[in-house]
Each structure stands twice: as C-alpha cells, then as structure tokens.
Design a protein around this ligand. Sequence first.
Ligand SMILES: [Zn+2]
Length: 468
Amino acid sequence: MADLVLRDVVVDGLPVDVRASGGVVAAIGAGLAARAGDEEAGGRGGALIPGLHDHHIHLLALAAAARSPFVGPPAVGDAAGLAAALGRAAAAGGPGEWVRATGYHESVAGPLDRWQLDAIVADRPVRVQHRSGAAWVLNSLGLDRVGADGTVQGVELAGDGSPTGRLVGLDGWLRDRLPAPPPPDLAAVGRRLARYGVTGVTDATPVGAVDELAPIAAAAAAGGLPQRVTATGGPRLAGAEMPSPLGRGPVKLMVADYALPALDHLAGWMRRAHDAGRAVAVHCVTRAGLALALAAWDDAGAWAGDRIEHGSVVPPDLRAVVAERGLVVVTQPNFVRERGDRYLVEVEADDLPYLYPCRTLLDAGIPVGGGTDAPFGHPDPWRAIAAAIDRRTAGGDTLGREEAVPPERALALFLTPPGGPGGAPRRVEVGAPADLCLLDGPLDEILANPSADRVAATVIGGTVVSAR
Ligand SMILES: [Zn+2]
C-alpha cells in the first residue's frame, strides 16, 4: 500500500505535513520529503483531527432504516404526514410485501393502533416501530400474517379481547415470523458515516447470537464498511468471540423502562460478563432504571470500563453513586436537539433538570463519551457536538443550559478511544492509527458552528475513504 502524505494541514495548532504508512501515522513535520510512490493530498491549511468514533450506534438498524420511512418528529408531525409517508412506502413495494416504518411517537397521531393503520393501508401488511424501539404497531393484515393473538404475551388486547395492534417487547418473536428482509446495505452506511468523518463505531445492539453480527463482519472484512467496528452483543454472547474483524466491546444489558429486569438477573448478567473478562454497557433511560442498575452494580461489583448507556436521567444523588463506582456514561447530546421540544412538554418536572446531563457528570469526575444511537438518533455526530455546546432544541428552546460543555470538550466526546469512552481523547501523533478527519478550516472556526459539511476528507488506516 502506498504511503499517504497529507500536505499543509494543521495538527494541534501547528502547520505540518503528515505521512501515513502501514496504516499508522509515520511522520509529522513541516515540509516532509516526498518519496517515490507516495499518494499526496492537499489540506489547504485545514485542521487534521483523529477520526470520530461513535460510541453507540446500531449498524443493521441504520441500514434497514434507509429502506423504511421514519414517521416521527421532526420528519413527520401529524396524522396526515403519517398517512402520506406510509402511502409512499406502500406504493414503492410490491403486492403482499410488508410496509415498514420506524420512529413513531404519540405526538404524531396518538397511541397508534391497528384500526388507524388499516385506514391508511389495509391491503398490505404494515408494521410501525415506536421511537423507543420497544414496541411495534401492526395493521390487521400484519397481525394475521405473524399470528399475533391473545395467546402471545406482549400482544396488547383491547377491552373486548381483540388485539390493538401494539406488540411490546416482541422484537425477537416478530423477527422469527417475518420474511427475511433484503440484505442490509452496510456499504451505504459506511459511505454515509465516512462523509461525517467517522472512522470507528461501537455497535450497541444486544444481539443474542453471533450469527446476527455476520453481515457486519462480512461488510467490514470486505471493506464495504470501512469503519473499525467494536461490537457488544447481549448477555448470551458474554463468553463468545466476535467474528473477525469486529472488536469485542462491553456486554450490552437492557434495563428497559417497559420491563425492568429483576435485580438478581441484572447482577447475574454483570457477573457473567466480568467473569468472561468483559465490561458491561447498561441501557439506562429512566431514574428507576438507573437506580436498579446501580443496585445491581452494588451486588456484582463495578469493573473498569463499565458503562451507562444514555444516562437519560441522572439526578444528583445517583450522579454521586455513578462517580463513586467509577462508571462511564455514554450520552447522546443529539437527543437534546432532536427530542428536546417533546421532552420539555412530556417529561416530569422532577426529571427535567437532569435530562441528558453532560457538564455536571464531567464536573463530578465521571468519564463521558458520545454516541448518536442512530437510527434512533441522527447518525451525524457533528449535530450531537453542536447540541452538546448550545443545548438547544430543534424548536429553539434550551434544555439544561448548565449542562453545556465547551466546544473542544464536545468534540472530545467522539475522540475518545473505542475501548475507553470518556478517556483521554485520541491525538494525531506518530504511531497512532492513521484514522483521520481532515476539516476544511481552522478547528476553532469549525467548532463555532459544527457541521459535517466541514469534513473535507476521511482517512481510515491510511486510506482515503471519503473526499469532497
Ligand atoms: Zn441504542
């Protein structure tokens, strides 16, 4: 592989050239000598920073989402918008094919049910995923296709005993009854993330079988998905090896707000992960969920690298416990922008001051890393960085002003290493992997108005994977 030489870039405030060789940064200096066979790229004085790492993403769901309309705010805001989006999706597919949509929220057209969906599309099976990822709503034909009746736990029933169409916590059950979806286009996901300067991701999906990671491993091995991928998997995969070339991350544990696990179950999962030499990453989106997870940590003991995913509500008393246990929080500042307006209306007043904290966690000495939770959030980390700085909602309100962090700190949420979210940010330095993000101007100028539009080129392992 030819060396890559990036000319006229700025690293840590200094104008330099950077040579990447053998996948790592081999030299940094002013006026580096050219060598035969070099590939050269001009940086025009733009800042060169380490490639961004998204510490919490769902790759397969993101690929699937590209084929399914998103029917929640801000894209879809009312019943007419929902009908239009589902109608377009139905028209795009063949007869008998499922119509699939994601991101639904009650603010669009109330607690959606099968009768509402039947009124929009009756001649095709339809399934709509709730924004939380925890529930699906099916139309009548869809319910019929999968055999969702009153005998299945999780199928919600109306007063007369007929299914409402809402299926709660039945993701796996549903998947077993649905036709095989078209293969996910992970290369498209890879190209999209590369345009944002993302060179690595941690897939936080709690899959129950190694096979479910096979498409990701295949795309990563073939190069279609150029990013470095760390995978978590659920508790059943605690002792499993990840398929090459995926890295082995923490074990993902769900503390779902709709069905809190028993304390001893959760503590048992933690112990098994630790016994297998792995940290845990625990999904905590409510005060009760976080309290339960902390109680389980009391029981099982906290390990270095154990993480709280989301940390959506962290009041001061629990914050102190999180700090004391040495736990890491992986947050999604983009939700402030994307969901903040709804939060301001819907979240209980008691919880509102403690939503998606960042600054107070850092001040308490808690390491904080950033992730987008795409496709549940937008996959562009620059949007998250912007929201971490200004804490503004899409509607222009402010959510938790005191949780705002300085620009460099917001960027650092996505620069910490895959194995250590919240740790010391990676740097462009000799010997480091040549995973780089070239910006089209000075860093302080870009951080004054963060945007993926300012990413000029993305380099992974010394290869340019995206260039404008
Ligand atoms: Zn997630």
